[in-house]
Each structure stands twice: as structure tokens, then as C-alpha cells.
Ligand binder design. Sequence first.
Ligand code: ADE
Length: 223
Amino acid sequence: MTIDIITVHPPLLESPFSHSILKRAVEKKLVEVNVIDLRDYGIDRHKQVDDYAFGGGAGMVMMIEPIMNCINDLKAKRRYDEIIYMTPDGETLKQKHCNHFSTLENIIVLCGHYKGIDERLREHVITKEISIGDYVLSGGELPAAVMCDAIIRLIPGVLGDETSALTDSFQDNLLSPPVYTRPADYNGWKVPDILLSGHAKNIEEWRHQQSLERTKLRRPDLL
Ligand code: ADE
């Protein structure tokens, strides 16, 4: 899978792909992540990428030309399944989006800034608009990193234990059960006996029950 991320702040996207699971996924060539500096497509001497909004009002709008030139350059190299725009007024990112995106061959992720992008791009070029939650961040870079992390860890071979992504919270609309590790007794704080019983079937049932109770209590909307 190739993920091409278009941004005016490339350094904001360096660290997330340089550590831990995402770094390994890149090294193993399970995913290729390219960060493209929109400024390289800026207009004139000043490499301008934004301009005042027609009709007035505070805040700049990201211009059509630099974004179109950048996307057309990318499209000359490969065919894209989705061109995703990160924006607080997009669809709220859910596990089902990540599952779907992780099956695609090539995607573009466009990070918004300022007052957003010229609406005509949203009408004609963007194929999906994604928000990571009902709060406004200063740009689409951190949301893009969040979404890419959630996508990449689902690509087969990225997680050591391939089944573990399937037991994540939200995969079956249930929150994960509690987990414990050694010591079995920390100054009187004990691990539930059943987890020490070695009885796999009972443990599985207990975990499912815990997932259900936790979901009922914390996220009844999921049930
Ligand atoms: N850009 C600014 N805030 C955002 C959000 N919550 N989700 C996606 N993109 C954003």
C-alpha cells in the first residue's frame, strides 16, 4: 500500500512513521509513506498556497492550483483508490473506515489548514472527508498521522501476532476486556483467579463477559 500525504508542514509527519510498529511496517515495505510538501507547488516567488476568502472574513483558504498540480503530479505516477481530506466537518473516523482503507492499494491524504481548502476541490477531487473527532486542531497533520496509524497496523504482516488486530476494541463493537501481567499478587492487588486457571474456554467466556459489561457501562451506544 502507498500513502501519499500532502502537507504544508512535512516535519510534523516525520516522527509518527519513524518509530515502533509504523517504522517496522515501512522498513518491511508493507507500506510506503511519502510526505509531499505542498509548498513545492506554491505559486510565484513566494510559493503561495493560500489566499483571502472571497466575500471577506478572517482566515485564509488553501488555493486550488497548488493542490491540483500536486495531485496531478501524483496521479501521473499511480492510480488512487481514495483522495482523503482531513477536516473537522468530515465523517468521524471509525474502525470500519480503517478496515476499508487498509485494503486499498494507493491513497492520498490531504492535510487541511487555515480555513480549509477551496470548496471546489471538495466537490470535484476529494473522494472522502474524515474528521478524527468533534474538536478543531490547528491542522490536518496530526489527524492524518492518527488515521494512518490505525490503517497501517491492520495491513497483514504489520503486527507480529496477526490475530491481535482482530481482538482490538471496536472490531466487534465491544471494548476490550481488562488485561493483567506478573506479578499475580501485587501487595494484595490480585489478578482474577480465572486467568490463572489455565482453562482456555472459561477464560475466553470470562473475557467476552467482561467486554460486554465494560461496553454496557462505558459505551452503551456501541451495543
Ligand atoms: N483538522 C482540524 N481539526 C481536525 C479534526 N478534528 N479532524 C480532522 N482534521 C482536522
